[in-house]
Design a protein. Structure first.
Length: 422
């Protein structure tokens, strides 16, 4: 059974999250995107937990269903504590097999934090303590470091993280068998650390709005959909069942390079090192990005990774969301009405976004996709894009290699309206 899973999202009860992140809209957008399995997000929040308990239909296999979309019970917690004279801030993902397990977890975590304050609660406990609490009441719940490289709230983050998983998780390190790569890194960046060879790499959208679902995800091919089968495929890195991850181009992520957002300056790691990590505009310390942090901890070069031979890796495919491809083809902003109209037309014709981006042969695209958009989809598949890296909370920009001149000329000389052409 082919299963596209996006297991890290947030509900409307998380800060800076769209009010549309409720079950009806999540189900609608999951179908549009082609996602078969969605994380619920935020199961620690009392009101969201109540919604999940009342609305989800148990499937008897550790998964739940709402409006024909499968859901896994997931949450993200923020652990903040002091260790080795430094303030540590680590986000952890929780994947749980039942509402009963969730209830037991929530009953314990409410003792160390205000679960009602945010969908992603802040807990004043160490990562070790969090794992111990969770596993003591729910041994089957899986704990995975979230967006493992981002500067501020991650296990390897430059601002408050660690140099290794063992440093962070100590006596419970053996329970950590996967990390989430995050939008600003991709698998080859993580393969540069031999210490991660035993670790599975998963990718999820961390969506705060429905349109961002599936921008990163995981493709499985399982005998049947179940919590146990999914976790086993991840843990064992079984290439017959965990087929590949779906990735952002990491330079699109908002912490890929170093820089200062307020000063409008971005730097590659080598430039930052030459400046002593100091911003030349304001004289303050730069925010060190993911690429720099990987360079600092890596024991393999990019060339060594490119040669291959790294054991037990799961393949990956990089993409750009369809709405962005349409916007570039039409030379308008992604929020423009004509982008939405064309997007929905293509979804209605082909079924879902990820089928269009990943699966359809070039000749199948010709049936309903305008030439310039076809070109964009095929160029992205080949990686023919130019990237201006993100930095210090600013998303990177991506430019698809322009369509051939004849595509542009067709639009100029055709006396039909753009709407008619599309």
């Amino acid at each position: 059974m082919r299963l596209i899973a996006d297991l890290h999202i947030h509900s409307r009860f998380s800060r800076a999250t769209s009010p549309q992140m409720d079950l009806p809209q999540l189900a609608i957008w999951a179908r549009r995107k082609g996602i078969n399995l969605l994380g619920t997000g935020d199961f620690t929040h009392p009101l969201w937990y109540k919604t999940l308990r009342q609305s989800l239909i148990p499937q008897g296999n550790g998964l739940y269903c709402y409006d024909q979309v499968l859901f896994m019970l997931t949450a993200e917690i923020s652990c903040i504590w002091s260790q080795q004279s430094r303030l540590r801030k680590i986000h952890l993902l929780l994947f749980s097999p039942s509402l009963q397990d969730v209830e037991r977890i929530n009953c314990e975590l409410v003792k160390v934090g205000n679960l009602a304050a945010d969908g992603r609660p802040i807990l004043s406990i160490s990562a070790i303590k969090a794992v111990e609490i969770i596993l003591s009441v729910s041994p089957q719940t899986v704990v995975i470091p979230a967006h493992a490289w981002t500067p501020w709230f991650s296990v390897f983050g430059a601002k408050s993280g660690f140099d290794s998983l063992a440093e962070c998780f100590g006596s419970v390190t053996n329970h950590i068998f996967a990390i989430e790569t995050g939008l600003s890194s991709d698998p080859p960046m993580n393969w540069r650390l031999s210490s991660l060879d035993r670790i599975s790499l998963i990718s999820n959208s961390d969506a705060h709005s429905p349109a961002n679902l599936g921008r990163e995800a995981n493709l499985f091919d399982l005998p049947e959909a179940s919590f146990g089968n999914i976790i086993t495929a991840i843990k064992e890195k079984d290439q017959t069942q965990f087929i590949y991850t779906i990735e952002f181009f990491p330079a699109q992520g908002k912490y890929h390079y170093d820089g200062h957002r307020n000063c409008g300056r971005r730097f590659a790691p080598q430039e930052t090192i030459m400046m002593g990590n100091i911003c030349p505009v304001c004289g303050k310390e730069l925010t060190i990005g993911v690429m720099h942090r990987v360079e600092a901890l890596a024991d393999r070069t990019e060339a060594e990774v490119a040669k291959g031979g790294i054991p037990f890796i799961i393949p990956y495919r990089s993409l750009i969301p369809l709405q962005e491809i349409i916007a570039q083809a039409l030379k308008v902003e992604v929020t423009a009405k004509q982008v939405e109209k064309e997007y929905l037309r293509l979804i209605e014709y082909y079924g879902n976004e990820l089928r269009i981006l990943l699966d359809l042969a070039a000749e199948e695209l010709t049936a309903a996709v305008p030439l310039a958009i076809q070109h964009g989809i095929l160029q992205v598949r080949c990686g023919n894009v130019k990237l201006l890296p993100g930095y210090d909370g600013v998303y990177g920009t991506v430019q698809i290699t322009p369509a051939e001149t004849r595509y542009r000329q067709r639009a100029l000389i055709d006396d039909r309206s753009l709407e008619e052409i599309l």
